[in-house]
Ligand binder design. Sequence first.
Ligand SMILES: *[C@@H]1O[C@H](CO)[C@@H](O)[C@H](O)[C@H]1NC(C)=O
Ligand SMILES: *[C@@H]1O[C@H](CO)[C@@H](O)[C@H](O)[C@H]1NC(C)=O
Length: 276
Amino acid sequence: MSCSSTPFLICLCLSLSALTLLTATKAEVPAVIVFGDSSVDSGNNNVISTLLKSNFQPYGRDFYGGQPTGRFCNGRIPPDFISEAFGLKPAVPAYLDPAYNISDFATGVCFASAGTGYDNATSNVLNVIPLWKEMEYYKEYQRQLRAYVGEKKANRILREALYLMSLGTNDFLENYYTFPTRRSQFSVRQYQDFLLELGENFIRELHGVGVRKLSITGLPPMGVFATGEGHQHPGTKRLCTRVQQCGIRIQQEIGRPGGKTEQTTPWNANGVCTCV
Ligand SMILES: *[C@@H]1O[C@H](CO)[C@@H](O)[C@H](O)[C@H]1NC(C)=O
Ligand SMILES: *[C@@H]1O[C@H](CO)[C@@H](O)[C@H](O)[C@H]1NC(C)=O
């Protein structure tokens, strides 16, 4: 459960290579649009009926105003920095946050939900927003944007926007290794393939509705991945190693030119976000 369900502060930082890539990109980026889990959720879980929230101290301690926002972080999260690096807002608003509307979302919006994964069964665990629902919200956003700025301008924004996807760890940590259902259906290898297929379908659907610049992250090496004290138990180290191998394989497979998914540019399979 990347950076979630723990009262401890998790520090999120941008990898140097991602920043370099971003600043080197000359193409216009009129908006940053985000899908994923707690690594990039900027407050959607605040508004839904789940236990998985971060709307309390010390979350937000170093955010503007020192208030918790629903980010699973002491301060800003990677999409916020990326948005700022493109000269856009210094914080990407959550789609479900009633404090914002389409005039704010025109330059960036976040559909992410802490605790979600590629697998529907993962989002069911803590009753968070499943990935298919993030897609529904995105399509609704497309319609709102067209109504707000007009068809032509909206299409340009949607086409030129930078899309960030960050998820996948919850499928293993919160689901596969926690509950027996998926383990009884799939070997690790088969579950990886299942997730790859779900990821591929999601990306194809995004492509079908006009998405062209996509960064996929969220499955960093999880060798030192802490999901909270309660998860520390004998065997954790072995589990981490296995999860790490799964993560690396999925990340490589999705990002590989000519791999399971066609490459779209600019493609950055390796790390906008690293949890430490
Ligand atoms: C968005 O909210 C602002 C106030 O927060 C309001 O002035 C504006 O009219 C709203 N825009 C739309 C399109 O609803
Ligand atoms: C996940 O749930 C949605 C909504 O019920 C459904 O359309 C979709 O087919 C499901 N995905 C899988 C892989 O079962």
